[in-house]
Design a protein around this ligand. Structure first.
Ligand code: SF4
Ligand code: SF4
Ligand code: FES
Length: 250
């Protein structure tokens, strides 16, 4: 079986001895040990837990340790990440979007009820593999877009804390209640955030954990609407001038 790997600007093909399906990650290790020790890729747990081995296979995001490779597969690094070497990318910029004040500090008086936890159980399974980020077409035109896993995380905090915020008063409200302050999270996701998402659902398809960032973003839009926010791009939209024809008063 052959496997093609994008390395810098060229694509290199490797012939593998294995005839039975093995994981892509095992194939990459075989190539590294038998054919080219310089091949560089990321991996950790080998069991779909750490999220480090995500790559593109024939244009779609896959965890290399879960995917069984097939003849003539084309393997590429994730999109929208600086490539450090071969399949290894720098995920720092994408992960920094989480840290732009979007992770509230929890205080010792924060209490989560089982109901609160149940609301966001699935989102806590995020392994930060960045597959959703790589699949999102908005990042091709707007590199400042917060991206799906960051917005999913914001929903996790909002829904999980049982908090609802009014425009401009969120932080005080959270602190006054003695619960974890959500720190005006809704304020921080209005620009380059929820309204820039096209709701295409690519992130949901790409997620190996079954998380649904698209729905979380729709929930955040709903909460934002209730709190008095609206799409900041709405005023700039051009809907054209409607034509009702020439009235005939004769
Ligand atoms: S649904 Fe939104 S966040 Fe998800 S991939 Fe599409 S544009 Fe990106
Ligand atoms: S939401 Fe899913 S695809 Fe996105 S980083 Fe988390 S686990 Fe990966
Ligand atoms: S090596 Fe950890 S998820 Fe693949």
């Amino acid at each position: 079986m052959n496997i093609s790997i994008k390395r810098d600007s060229k694509t290199e093909s490797f012939k593998l001895q294995s005839t039975s399906p093995i994981t892509l990650l095992s194939a990459l290790y075989d190539i590294k040990s038998e054919l080219d020790p310089t091949l560089t890729f990321d991996a950790g747990c080998k069991s779909g837990v750490c999220g480090s081995c995500a790559v593109l296979v024939n244009g779609k995001e896959q965890l290399a340790c879960s995917y069984k490779y097939q003849d003539a597969d084309l393997i590429e690094p994730l999109k929208y990440h600086p490539v450090l070497r071969d399949l290894k990318v720098d995920k720092n910029k994408a992960h920094q979007t989480i840290n732009r004040g979007l992770t509230p500090k929890h205080n010792c008086t924060s209490v989560k009820t089982p109901d609160d936890e149940a609301k966001t159980k699935i989102q806590t399974d995020c392994i930060l593999c960045n597959s959703c980020y790589s699949s999102c077409p908005v990042l091709a035109v707007n590199p400042d877009f917060l991206g799906p896993f960051t917005l999913t995380r914001v929903w996790r905090y909002l829904a999980g804390e049982g908090q609802r915020q009014g425009k401009g008063q969120a932080q005080d409200k959270g602190q006054a209640q003695g619960t974890a302050p959500t720190g005006g999270l809704l304020d921080k996701i209005q620009v380059n955030g929820i309204w820039d998402c096209t709701l295409c659902g690519e992130c949901t398809v790409a997620c190996p954990q079954g998380i649904d960032p698209k729905t979380d973003i729709m929930m955040l839009r709903g909460e934002s609407g209730k709190a008095g926010y609206s799409d900041p791009n709405f005023g700039n939209m051009d809907f054209g001038t409607p034509s009702f024809g020439t009235p005939d008063f004769s």
